[in-house]
Design a protein around this ligand. Structure first.
Ligand code: DAH
Length: 337
């Protein structure tokens, strides 16, 4: 009797697997488990078996019944799912598009500016985004209670660690390690406690450059930044240097360029000014040289720092900085490979 049960199980499994329609499966169910089914018959006759066989055979027959019920319901589900799938390949459907990645507009401009300065001998370095109070402020000649710090409110971490508010700390890190002549460019993320609006985001990018050697002059600073402006914005751009203040440069200035929309006439984009401020710059303050351990009076140098978002917005005439960070591919894909 046990071998008969095994045979029933085997043949039932084979037929269920081969069944190709729901109706076939239903017929199989009836032939094994229906009122007059093969397995049902055995179960019905268990009472007539010898006492000692009854338990083992009854147990096995019930197990097989359960297994077959499960196999039948699985096969039914498979066949049902199959009928839902399309029967034909529709060759008129459009093909699947493979998206090719593109650089973010900020990356495009960052890399272009690096290459502009690379061509006149600047090396590219990186600095940490988590800085100490000393590198972000102290070494750059911001006294503890100086109002110049007000513009640089940031996110404070444990101890005296903070998220850097500008890329200027890279000047200190490089000068501490290396002696002039130095021509360095660095760019990366900076952080300030700013509410997002059309021209502010709490995370943004800056580019920092400096040239330190013997007898570097303000005239070289102007020449270098004019060269940059012409390369980046085109030969017809006009530039203007305006006196300013930064604790780590003396004298300090800001570079303005003529508005790319109205060509200097005054429009909404430049708020009627005709010119737009694009960077801060100046001659490196003697105090900074002292802080990095350079011999007093031996070297001079200039430095500049620019906001990459602002430059990118001017180049592509984008009027809201938040567009860079909303991940809208319709916007992000417009700027090149
Ligand atoms: N770090 C300044 C800021 O974020 C910008 C700056 C001004 C950088 C003058 C410089 C510089 O290197 O010389 O406001």
């Amino acid at each position: 009797m046990l071998s008969r049960l095994k045979e029933i199980k085997h043949s039932a499994y084979c037929s269920i697997a081969k069944a190709s329609s729901l109706q076939d499966v239903e017929e199989l169910r009836i032939s094994y488990l229906g009122r007059k089914g093969k397995l049902t018959e055995i179960l019905r006759n268990i009472g007539t078996l010898k006492e000692e066989d009854r338990r083992a055979i009854g147990k096995m027959a019930n197990e097989i019944k359960k297994e077959l019920e499960e196999a039948i319901s699985i096969r039914k589900k498979e066949l049902k799912d199959k009928t839902k799938a399309p029967k034909y390949l529709d060759v008129t459907l459009p093909g699947r598009t493979h998206w090719i990645g593109r650089r973010h507009p900020i990356t495009i401009c960052g890399q272009e500016i690096c290459s502009i300065f690379n061509r006149i001998g600047y090396s590219i370095v990186e600095g940490p985004e988590i800085e100490t109070d000393y590198y972000n402020f102290g070494a750059l000649n911001f006294p503890k209670d100086h109002p110049a710090r007000d513009l640089h409110d940031t996110f404070y971490l444990k101890g005296d660690l903070l998220l850097r508010t500008h890329t200027s700390p890279v000047q200190i890190r490089v000068m501490e390690k290396k002696k002039p002549p130095l021509k360095i460019l660095s760019w990366g993320k900076c952080y300030r406690r700013d509410k997002p609006d059309a021209s502010h985001t709490p995370v943004f990018h800056q580019l920092e450059g400096f040239y330190v050697a013997k007898n570097v002059t303000f005239r070289q600073l102007k020449g270098t930044l004019n060269y940059f402006a012409y390369q980046f914005f085109g030969d017809d751009v006009e530039t203007k240097f305006v006196p300013s203040y930064f604790p780590f440069t003396e004298p300090s200035a800001e570079l303005y360029i003529s508005c790319s929309v109205c060509k200097g006439k005054g429009c909404k984009f430049c708020k009627g000014q005709g010119f737009i401020e694009v960077l801060g710059c100046g001659m490196v303050h003697p105090k900074v040289f002292e802080n990095v351990g350079y011999e007093p009076g031996k070297y001079t140098g200039f430095a500049f720092g620019m906001g990459l978002e602002r430059l990118t917005m001017l180049k592509y005439k984008i009027d809201d900085i938040r567009l860079f960070y909303e991940n809208d591919l319709r916007f992000l894909c417009q700027f090149g490979p």
